[in-house]
Design a protein around this ligand. Structure first.
Ligand code: PMP
Length: 281
C-alpha cells in the first residue's frame, strides 16, 4: 500500500520512524480507522471529531486541520486505488532525545503523523448467515478505554483468547458488567428493545455504534443505553457486534452456549440492511 508519513506519500514498506518515538517507547499516541466503501469514506466527520477528542485527552494539539485531514485521506484513498479499504491513521507525540515519562515540551517535539490503507476483512454471506461465536473474559484493560490509544496490548491479549478458541471476538466484563469487545461494541436485543452499554470511560464510543443507535431510533426500535449485566448476554433474543471494519455481525454462540435459537435474529437483519444502504449512499 501507499502510506503517508509526516507530509509525504511513500510506499508503506519505505516508511521509517525513530526508535526514540514515544509511540514506540510508551505507546504515547492515538489512532483512528476510517472505513471506505467504493472509494467513499463513511462518517469521516465523526471519525475526525473522535480523533480530535483522543488528541485532547492526551493533551496533544491536532497536527492537521479538519480540511487537511480530509484532503489527505481522499488522496490516500485515490493512491490506493479506492474500493473497500480501511484508512489507518496514527498520531504519536514524536521522538525526544530522552526517555521521560512526562510529556516533553511541545516546542521541542514534532508529532509523528502516519496513515496507511489496509484491506477490510471479508465475511462470506454464508458465514454471516450462520452467525459467529464469541467468548467472554475479564476486562483487565486500563481505565481510559474511551481514548482510541495505540496502547492495545490488553486488547491484543484478550483477542488472542477468542482467536485460540476459533471465536470472532472476546466480549468483556468489568465487575460483572458488559463493556465491549476487544475491537467492537456489543448490542443485545431483548423483547424487541435494543440494548447497549453506555459510552463512559470503560468503552470506546464506536462510530458504528452511534450510527446503529441512530438507525434503530429512525426505525422506531426502542433503544436502552445503560449498564448491562454480563448474564444478560445469555438471556438475550439476539446479540451482535459492530465496528467500522466488520459492520454488524450476529453472535449466535457465547462461551459455547447458544444465543436464543442459534440463528441471526430479525432485528439484526433489519439494522444490517439499513446499514448497508447507508454504506452505499
Ligand atoms: N471498541 C474498540 C475497543 C475498538 O477498537 C473498536 C474499533 N476500532 C470499536 C469499539 C468499534 O469502533 P468503530 O465502530 O468506530 O470502528
Amino acid at each position: 500500500p501507499v502510506a503517508w508519513l509526516n507530509g509525504e506519500f511513500l510506499p508503506q514498506s519505505e516508511a521509517r520512524i525513530s526508535p526514540m518515538d514515544r509511540g514506540f517507547l510508551f505507546a504515547d499516541g492515538i489512532y483512528e480507522v476510517v472505513p471506505v466503501f467504493a472509494g467513499k469514506p463513511l462518517a469521516i466527520e465523526q471519525h475526525l471529531i473522535r480523533l480530535t477528542q483522543s488528541l485532547e485527552s492526551i493533551q496533544h494539539p491536532n497536527p492537521l486541520s479538519i480540511e487537511q485531514w480530509t484532503t489527505t485521506i481522499e488522496q490516500l484513498i485515490e493512491k490506493n486505488g479506492g474500493g473497500d479499504i480501511g484508512v489507518y491513521i496514527q498520531v504519536t507525540r514524536g521522538s525526544y532525545q530522552k526517555r521521560t515519562h512526562q510529556f516533553p515540551p511541545l516546542e521541542n517535539t514534532q508529532p509523528t503523523v502516519f496513515m496507511t490503507a489496509s484491506s477490510l476483512p471479508a465475511f462470506s454471506a454464508e458465514a454471516i448467515g450462520n452467525g459467529f461465536h464469541a467468548i467472554t473474559s475479564d476486562d483487565f484493560r486500563w481505565g481510559r478505554c474511551d481514548i482510541k490509544s495505540v496502547a492495545l496490548l490488553g486488547h491484543c491479549m484478550l483477542r488472542q483468547q477468542s482467536f485460540e478458541q476459533d471465536a470472532i471476538e472476546t466480549l468483556l466484563e468489568k465487575d460483572g458488567w458488559l463493556t465491549e469487545g476487544t475491537s467492537s461494541n456489543v448490542f443485545l436485543i431483548k423483547d424487541g428493545r435494543l440494548l447497549t452499554p453506555k459510552a463512559d470511560l470503560r468503552i470506546l464510543n464506536g462510530i458504528t455504534r452511534q450510527l446503529v443507535i441512530d438507525l434503530a431510533r429512525q426505525a422506531d426500535i426502542p433503544v436502552e443505553i445503560r449498564d448491562i449485566h454480563i448474564e444478560a448476554l445469555f438471556k438475550a433474543d439476539e446479540v451482535f457486534i459492530t465496528s467500522s471494519t466488520k459492520d454488524l455481525l450476529p453472535i449466535v454462540k457465547i462461551d459455547n452456549k447458544t444465543v436464543a435459537n442459534g440463528q441471526p435474529g430479525p432485528i439484526w437483519e433489519k439494522l444490517t440492511q439499513t446499514y448497508q444502504q447507508l454504506k452505499s449512499q
